[in-house]
Design a protein. Structure first.
Length: 317
């Protein structure tokens, strides 16, 4: 579909698309500057076993609603931009009340895009964001955003559920993550975001994954990211996890505050190589392993520790 306006695609079944590229159930592809796809509703359809993915959305798309659909055993459903300027980025894309089973979402280009993902269920799936084509570092003036709110996640399709590269203004709030056996979120070169008020149940690491796998991986050049008010419940009978959170070199202004951790299997709460970190007001119940936080030093000069409560015992840092 090219250059479409005011269209509703409802109560259909798209299955077994294979052979002719892009091998998607629905392909919305303006592919030319100034030709907009506008006011599109994709409602209550079934997408199953499509090799490319369920839905493919290219640049110059706005006011798109993907609601009440079921995605089963597809490739990667994508919304992408190929760096054609600010006006080409997808705007007002709403993904609401869908069921993803062994299917995934992939976004390319978030600098000026607007994505809202709410009230969906993801089972053995994943959610990825990649930087623009010919990616350049974010400046902090980007207007785009990603809101991932009130979703339910069960398991993950690969070694991670969320993988963000070059994403800006991300809000991941009020979700429930169940039985994730890999990284919940892996961030690299992201600027400004919040992972808050989420519930994480029965977190553990699959023994087939690398020993370095951690729930929260904060990669290179992540700036101004907050982890507030989350409840993290491990699975104390499963394999031990090396770290709860790993913060890599050149990350800055990372705040991990007011989180509650219980039934954990973490050898350490944190490994940190960042420029600045506030690790504050952590309540850790049923704690069974050592704290082992790095002491402030030349390497960790930017760390501030405050109120880390392990069964009401505050360790000396």
């Amino acid at each position: 579909m090219v250059g479409i306006k005011k269209i509703c695609i409802k109560n259909n079944k798209f299955t077994n698309t294979n052979g002719t590229l892009p091998e998607y159930g629905i392909d919305i592809e303006p592919w030319q500057s100034g030709i907009y796809n506008n006011d599109i509703i994709i409602d209550n359809n079934i997408f199953e076993n499509n090799k490319g993915g369920g839905i493919d959305i290219f640049p110059w798309t706005k006011n798109l609603q993907i609601i009440n659909n079921t995605f089963v055993d597809n490739g990667i459903s994508s919304v992408m931009d190929l760096n054609n300027g600010e006006e080409s980025y997808p705007k007002n894309v709403i993904i609401n009340k869908n069921n993803f089973q062994s299917s995934s979402i992939y976004f390319r280009g978030t600098r000026y895009a607007e994505y809202t993902i709410t009230e969906n269920s993801f089972e053995n799936s994943r959610f990825s964001i990649d930087g623009d084509l010919n990616f350049k570092a974010l400046t902090g003036n980007e207007k785009g955003f990603i809101r991932f709110i009130n979703n339910t996640v069960i398991g993950c399709k690969t070694s991670y559920f969320m993988l963000f590269y070059g994403a800006c203004n991300t809000l991941i709030n009020n979700n429930v993550f169940n039985s994730i056996k890999g990284e919940i979120i892996d961030l690299t070169q992201c600027k400004t975001g919040s992972f808050s008020n989420n519930i994480i149940n029965r977190y553990c690491v699959d023994t087939s994954l690398p020993a370095s796998t951690v729930p929260f991986s904060i990669g290179t050049a992540v700036d101004n990211y907050n982890f507030f008010n989350n409840t993290i419940v491990g699975n104390e009978n499963d394999v031990k996890v090396d770290y709860l959170i790993k913060i890599h070199r050149n990350a800055s202004f990372i705040i991990f505050k007011d989180n509650v951790i219980s039934k954990d299997n973490y050898s350490n709460l944190l490994i940190n190589e960042s420029n600045s970190l506030l690790f504050d007001n952590i309540t850790n119940t049923n704690y069974k392993t050592t704290t082992n936080l790095p002491s402030p030093s030349a390497q960790y000069a930017g760390i501030i520790y405050n109120r880390i409560d392990n069964n009401n015992l505050i360790p000396t840092i």
